[in-house]
Structures are given as structure tokens and as C-alpha cells.
Design a protein around this ligand. Structure first.
Ligand SMILES: Cc1cc2nc3c(=O)[nH]c(=O)nc-3n(C[C@H](O)[C@H](O)[C@H](O)COP(=O)(O)O)c2cc1C
Length: 229
């Protein structure tokens, strides 16, 4: 005869296993769910960058390295290999419908080692910055957004699409591609132990006025800097 304690344990296991099976295959809205393997949050660089990414709005006044700025811009909109043709594959760090690449990234450099403070356009094909003659950066940022955290950032990016290029594609693709650029920027930022946050609150007409560029549709700003520990 089974000892009462063993009897209790076997009932316990039978009930637990039955419950587990019911939970795993419990229909939601009448539809069965397939449970997925648990996520192991290990040292994989990509997993860590995804886990560590968060909106960072407090920055130290330390400048960021020019090398980090270069890496972040490359990740966001850079070229991996020379372009073979207009619809070549794997030339950029992001995909683009019909290989049009309508996204432009402007750089409001406030505190970057070795880079004079100013407003620049990232030129992916040359992996270089082209200066945009304009007013002082701090003044420009005060005009275009009321988010105070941008004043402590080392750099603020403007992700915009170029209307001449985007007019050749479905406009929703241009928005989609801006999202890809923003995500790559935020993940590379984390990888470089920097912080970033996306800013949707800005004055569109002021951006156009500051950049003296009417052919762009601003989508988001991204402030980047060393997180205040
Ligand atoms: C399109 C977009 C616009 C955003 N605009 C702002 C903004 O104007 N100001 C702000 O403080 N945060 C802004 N955020 C950041 C969100 O508030 C933040 O991502 C959200 O609270 C989730 O937090 P997490 O990024 O730390 O996961 C924006 C995020 C996105 C994706």
C-alpha cells in the first residue's frame, strides 16, 4: 500500500501536469496557442542591445567620440559594399523598396570630439558629412523642438525623407524605412554605451526654415549622448 505522503505527491504531479497541458493548449478566443521556447537573455550582442535599449533623456555634458558618430551613422544609413546597380542587394545597412533609399539623416552636432559644432547632412556614398550653413546649433534646436533634453545631448539626428526620391515609391514605405534607420541608430547607440531617445514633438516648418530645404519631410528627431549615470 502507498504511503499517504507518496500518494499526495503522485496526485500533486498528476494535477500539475494536467494543468500545464491545459495552459499550453488553452484556446484563446477559441484558437489554440503554440507556446514558444523561453528567451535566454544571454551575452549575445544583439540580444543585449535590444534588452538595454530604452529612452534615455538625461545626458552628461561629455562629448561623444567622432568614431562613435561615424559608426552610428553607418549603422543607420550607411553603405556595406559598393553599389552594383540601382536595385542591388545588400549594399546598405537597411533595406529599401526598389533600392531607392529615400531617407536622409541630418546631424545637429553639439559636442562631438574633433567635429566643429554645426549642422550636417550624412552622405552615405562618401561616408562623410556635408555642412549645412545655418544658425548656431543650440539656437536651431531651441527653434525646432521644445524638448529640453536635446540641449544636453551630444548630437541630435533628424531622420527625414527626401520628397523627390520618396515620390518614386509608395509613401508608406518611406515611413517604414525611416523606422529601420531609427532602430539601427538606437541599437548601435546602445552598443557604444551611449543613450538615445526618439522625439516626435517638433515644429516641422522650423526644421525646413533652419535647414533651408523644402524638399524634405521630417519624420523624427533622435537625441544621443552619454547617459547620466
Ligand atoms: C515615434 C516616436 C515618437 C516619440 N516622441 C517622443 C517625444 O517627443 N518626447 C519624448 O520624451 N519621448 C518620445 N518618444 C519616446 C517614447 O516615449 C518611449 O520610447 C516610450 O515611452 C517607451 O519607452 P522606451 O523607449 O524606454 O522603451 C517617442 C517614441 C517614438 C517611437
Amino acid at each position: 500500500m502507498m504511503h499517504p505522503r507518496n500518494k499526495f505527491l503522485s496526485y500533486f504531479w498528476i494535477i500539475s501536469l494536467t494543468l500545464l497541458l491545459v495552459i499550453i493548449s488553452f484556446p484563446v478566443n477559441g484558437k489554440e496557442l503554440v507556446g514558444l521556447p523561453q528567451i535566454e537573455l544571454n551575452d549575445n550582442d544583439l540580444i543585449s542591445a535590444i534588452v538595454d535599449r530604452q529612452a534615455e533623456r538625461q545626458f552628461s555634458t561629455e562629448p561623444i567620440a567622432l568614431k562613435d558618430l561615424a559608426l552610428i551613422l553607418w549603422a543607420g544609413n550607411g553603405i556595406k559594399s559598393p553599389q552594383v546597380d540601382s536595385v542591388s542587394h545588400a549594399t546598405r545597412t537597411i533595406p529599401s523598396a526598389m533600392g531607392i533609399y529615400p531617407i536622409d539623416v541630418y546631424v545637429f552636432a553639439i559636442q562631438v570630439e574633433g567635429l566643429p559644432s554645426g549642422i550636417y547632412l550624412y552622405m552615405p556614398d562618401k561616408h562623410a558629412l556635408q555642412e549645412i550653413p545655418s544658425i548656431n546649433v543650440a539656437e536651431a534646436l531651441t527653434k525646432i523642438t521644445n524638448q529640453r533634453a536635446v540641449q544636453n545631448a551630444s548630437v541630435v539626428f533628424l531622420i527625414a525623407f527626401h520628397q523627390e526620391k520618396s515620390s518614386r515609391m509608395n509613401e508608406k514605405f518611406a515611413y517604414f524605412e525611416a523606422g529601420e534607420v531609427a532602430q539601427n541608430i538606437s541599437l548601435m547607440t546602445v552598443e557604444r554605451e551611449l543613450g538615445s531617445y526618439v522625439i516626435g514633438m517638433y515644429y516641422q516648418e522650423k526644421i525646413i526654415e533652419v535647414l533651408k530645404e523644402e524638399n524634405i519631410e521630417p519624420i523624427v528627431l533622435m537625441a544621443v549622448g552619454k547617459p547620466l549615470l
